[in-house]
Design a protein around this ligand. Sequence first.
Ligand code: TRP
Length: 332
Amino acid sequence: MKTYLTGIQSTGMPHLGNYLGAIKPAIDFSREHEGNFLYFIADYHSLNSIKDPKVISEQTYEVAATWLALSLDTSKACFYKQSDIPEIFELTWILQCHIPKGDLNRAHSYKAKLQANEEAGKKDLDHGINGGLFSYPVLMAADILLFNTDIVPVGKDQIQHVEMARSIAQRINGHYGDLLVEPQESLSAGKYIPGLDGRKMSKSYGNSIPLFCTEKRLKKLINKITTDSTGPDEPKNTEDSLIFDLYKFFSTKEEVQVLAKKFSDGISWGHAKLELFEKVNEDLSKAREKYNHLMDNRELIDRELENGAKKARVIARETLSKVRQNIMGLQS
Ligand code: TRP
């Protein structure tokens, strides 16, 4: 049986784009396939950029509550947070000592920061870059290698990190004998989900719809979707309509055909937006309720994550003990 593992950034309540493009596919995948699944919240990775305990903690809860509200089956997928697995951090150091610093110099995310400093005319190209950002790929390699991961489903921007994890594993296996599973990336087809202004939905563009905002706000945001000036009764093109594009993600083929017919007959943008709102709201209202319930009863989230960590640590201890013996000559 293959082991699939992926890390989730703890960046707070996800938006519709995260849901349709990443979370839902991951949850569906774990339901529809056989395998060992490990999905975890990479909260220590956030420490790179967030230096406020309240924010880190709140965002971690929001992300955890989201996955649970969307019915991740935690009896099948092991769901935990990185900070509950101390073995990850011990392995990180061991891996750190086996990766050429030059490989870290070549990491895209680090290089992007250097370039930004260069463009800003900074004398010190490492200005504002902390050691955590520099060694980010090593912590991620530990996340992966500790659990004998075969497959790491990731977005395009993370492929290099999985390659680095594999390369560390190969180096270690070459030197100490087969010790670590060498992981492969699998590109999760990051669907293009348009935001309110038609660009890719992203928090940083300010065009996103938070997944579990109130009904009222959801309606308001959907009303903000950019439309053209076609009159209310005029036939409308489904081709470049954001409303239509978003509607498709939430509807059956038949429902989509019905809306397409309304478009060609002439439907006002106001009504089209209302139809979209109702569809999205119907899809999310149960999960929203569950989300709010979990956020009001955080001990429920704690319990799920603790259970996940307990299961994950059984594997973690086993791998680490092998690593300590073979690499450090330690007997426990
Ligand atoms: N770096 C990943 C991201 O930004 C999150 C992550 C952390 C991860 N550890 C991981 C993903 C291990 C896959 C495997 O999205």
